[in-house]
Design a protein around this ligand. Structure first.
Ligand code: HEM
Length: 431
């Protein structure tokens, strides 16, 4: 947080370190005394969950890489070797594979929370843009990771997606050959994907540091969308946010563990247990579930180039979101029309995901066209206009008022809430 520091080194060693590299001060100011709005709900715990997931993916990935062989002749067998011979190799692999799905689940909740509470609006535009960059990097990482086991879906997904670049006018075919490192997806492709799959998570880590830095400059939003006005509006990060984040993380990890131990292959495709065969095309080539909405958009248009442009456009439009949404009111709680369109958008994205798993024929294609059109209509037309015509409902004067009622203690929960408010009146709180 960009306020004055409240770290007070006690012992000699603490003072010695503080005068040389004030890392404990940074940690204290960021994760102990850092003021958070007192009314945050559980949707605000997903940033913390994502941070832990990123570390978990890096740790399991680094150990998997010790046993994996990035060679088209050996990759599939080395994956089986991990599953059968390496001590707890099955656990590592399932944690990493299921972990990818859980990571996307968490990021989608995190992202839609941002859409609901207007987290992308002034002054958090850069925070949001960094998030979209992380999202793009995550997609690239997940796509390349899926190729590594060198199963049928790995191979054919890599072929389909890299071939999309051939839609670029004039230079398309050369770009594809360059990406492949040859004239088909083969050993050079696998090698570069492995190299990049190892590299990108560290780049994500770097962008996450910037993301959290930007967050600590502006502070968090909260369900009212009314900014922090006094020390009463906040509580210190520790213990209030730490305990809530920890509880949410435990629940999230129970779901994660359920999939790892009971349904490890539920989210994957059985064809990926067949070794890659360039001569046998699977009946249906489908990506992992978290890419299905984009896959539906890609196939909704008859032209290859058009599909590629729309697919990338569906993410790039998020970069412009802070300027497309013209409403000054942040939270959907006080925007009756936007709130309904938000839920329609959620439904449209789920339907797109379902359509992405269906063959691109007949009614499915028409439904995908309609849903794609609605997706772009939402961001490009509805949001700019809605802000001009919608009448928001009255907002509370402050966060404290929304929690305690107008005179500060008439709310039924007031007794329970008074203590944290007092605890929050620290010099760190935003005035
Ligand atoms: C590895 C992925 C990510 C990590 C580790 C991460 C981490 C965090 C953390 C720790 C917070 C504060 C706690 C919270 O509000 O939940 C946060 C807030 C935020 N994140 Fe992320 N994030 C990630 C991805 C994204 C993505 C993909 C987006 C959007 C496209 C995004 C947009 C935001 C925004 C706008 C906020 C501020 C929320 C608010 O105060 O209303 N983040 N993030």
């Amino acid at each position: 947080m960009s306020g004055p520091s409240s770290y007070n080194p006690q012992t000699g060693i603490e003072k010695w370190i503080d005068a040389r590299l004030p890392l404990p001060r940074l940690m204290y100011d960021s994760f102990v005394s850092y003021p958070v709005p007192r009314n945050l709900n559980y949707t605000y715990t997903f940033g913390g969950i994502l941070s832990v997931m990123l570390i978990a993916q890096i740790l399991t990935g680094v150990v998997l890489a010790m046993h994996y062989t990035a060679n088209a002749e050996m990759a599939f067998a080395s994956t089986e070797h991990i599953m059968r011979n390496v001590n707890y190799g099955w656990l590592l692999r399932y944690m990493h594979g299921v972990g990818g799905s859980m990571f996307f689940l968490a990021v989608y909740i995190h992202l839609f929370r941002g859409l609901y509470y207007g987290s992308y609006k002034d002054p958090r535009e850069i925070l949001w843009i960094l998030g979209v960059i992380i999202f793009l990097l995550m997609m690239a990482t997940a796509f390349m990771g899926y190729v590594l086991p060198w199963g049928q879906m790995s191979f054919w997904a890599a072929t389909v997606i890299t071939s999309l670049f051939s839609a670029i006018p004039l230079i398309g075919d050369s770009v594809v050959t360059w990406l492949w490192g040859g004239f088909a997806v083969d050993d050079p492709t696998l090698n570069r994907f492995f190299s990049l799959h190892y590299l990108l998570p560290f780049m994500i880590f770097g962008v996450v540091v910037l993301h959290v830095w930007a967050l600590h400059m502006t502070g968090q939003t909260n369900p009212t969308g009314v900014e922090v006005k006094s020390g009463q509006d906040t509580v210190p990060f520790t213990p209030y946010a730490t305990i809530k984040d920890t509880f949410a993380m435990v629940v999230f990890f129970v779901v994660f563990a359920y999939f790892v131990f009971y349904q490890p292959n539920y989210l994957g495709h059985p064809d990926n247990y067949i070794e890659a065969d360039p001569l046998v095309t699977p009946a249906h080539i489908v990506p992992e579930w978290y890419f299905l909405p984009y896959y539906a958009i890609l196939r909704a248009v008859p032209s290859k180039l058009g599909g590629v442009v729309l697919m990338f456009g569906s993410i790039l439009v998020l970069f412009l979101l802070p300027w497309l949404d013209t409403s000054k009111v942040k939270s959907a709680v006080y925007r009756p029309l936007y709130r309904q369109f938000f839920w329609i958008l959620v439904a449209v994205c789920i339907v797109l995901g379902w359509l992405g798993s269906k063959p691109p024929e007949g009614g499915y294609v028409w439904a995908a066209r309609f849903a794609t059109a609605w997706y772009f209509f939402h961001f490009l037309i509805l949001l700019p206009l809605l802000g001009l015509f919608e009448t928001p409902t009255p907002r509370p004067a402050s966060i404290t008022e929304s929690v305690l009622g107008e005179d500060g203690d008439t709310h039924p929960d007031a007794g329970a809430e008074t203590q944290p408010a007092g605890a929050a009146a620290s010099p760190q709180s935003k005035g």
